[in-house]
Design a protein around this ligand. Structure first.
Ligand code: NAD
Ligand code: ZN
Length: 257
């Protein structure tokens, strides 16, 4: 049989996924790109004339909370309209398959959009919080809020202070318990699948290497090369939803054969 590069990748990918007892997945903004949610780096990542790195920062919120909130309001609206794509859905299927045979599946995501949960993923560890979570800038108050648009805007706490998005900004530490669970899953897995992250934001970017050092096979899906490509056993150079659609086609072909 003559296999295209994509089919070859699908065959390898399937073989790796089928045999693994424990799978850890790390996703970044790229997994949601085909759902219409812009990534931070690369085309489509700019809002007005600002760079996301200059807005997703505590200093930016201190300087100009309204500007930061306008950017988050724009993203909340985009994300609310977005639908999970073939990659989000494919990960749900892999989780069902792995847990169905008593294996371990852990999805570590840097995304704040909630699309993995909306697709049906269960064991999701959110490393960078959620865009639907609001947190008081002064007291400990927190709440979930899915309303688009937010009213009043910008949102306020019962203590009268401004609320801020419940996400991890550049320079802020990750929630301790999420980080510990992520590091444990990374160190214990047999296969580490890395999808759509530039692997530039630490400490999340260190997780694939932690997996590799503990014996995991590393598989990357990303149209561009990253530092993960250098340690990957398989690097599928394609968009995430395209790769998962190819995998699904490959599955169907095999079922027919
Ligand atoms: P990033 O913007 O730094 O990098 C995106 C990566 O995705 C790049 O390597 C790019 O080549 C790849 N990519 C682009 N389109 C793709 C596709 N269709 N399929 C697969 N890969 C694709 O994103 P990052 O590494 O996640 O780091 C940025 C930070 O920004 C994270 O902390 C995250 O919290 C936040 N962020 C989240 C969202 C979201 O929730 N959807 C969106 C933008 C940024
Ligand atoms: Zn408060």
């Amino acid at each position: 049989m003559n296999l295209s590069a994509m089919e070859l990748s699908s065959e390898q990918l399937q073989a790796v996924l089928i045999s693994a007892k424990s799978i850890c997945v790390l996703t970044g903004a790229g997994v949601s790109q085909e759902s219409g949610v812009p990534t931070f780096r690369g085309p489509g990542g700019l809002w007005r004339q600002y760079r996301p790195e200059d807005l997703a920062a505590p200093e930016a919120f201190e300087r100009n909370p309204l500007l930061v909130w306008e950017w988050y309001a724009w993203r909340r609206e985009l994300i609310q309209r977005a639908q999970p794509n073939a990659a989000h859905l494919g990960l749900v299927k892999i989780e069902e398959t792995v847990t169905g045979r008593d294996g371990q599946f852990t999805l570590l995501t840097q995304n704040v959009d909630g699309l993995h949960e909306r697709a049906g993923s269960r064991n999701v560890i959110r490393l960078h919080g959620s865009i639907w979570q609001l947190r008081c800038a002064s007291c400990a108050e927190e709440r979930e809020d899915y309303s688009v648009p937010l009213a009043p805007f910008p949102p306020r706490c019962s203590c009268a202070s401004l609320m801020r998005p419940g996400v991890v900004w550049f320079g802020e530490p990750l929630p301790e318990d999420s980080w510990q669970k992520a590091a444990d899953a990374a160190a214990a897995c047999q296969v580490f699948l890395v999808i759509g992250t530039s692997a530039l934001v630490y400490p999340a970017a260190s997780l694939p290497l932690l997996g590799k050092r503990n014996g995991a096979r590393v598989v990357e899906i990303n149209p561009d090369s990253t530092s993960v490509s250098e340690i990957a056993d398989i690097a599928v150079q394609s968009k995430a939803a395209e790769a998962f659609s190819a995998l699904a086609r490959f599955d169907r072909q095999k079922e027919r054969a």
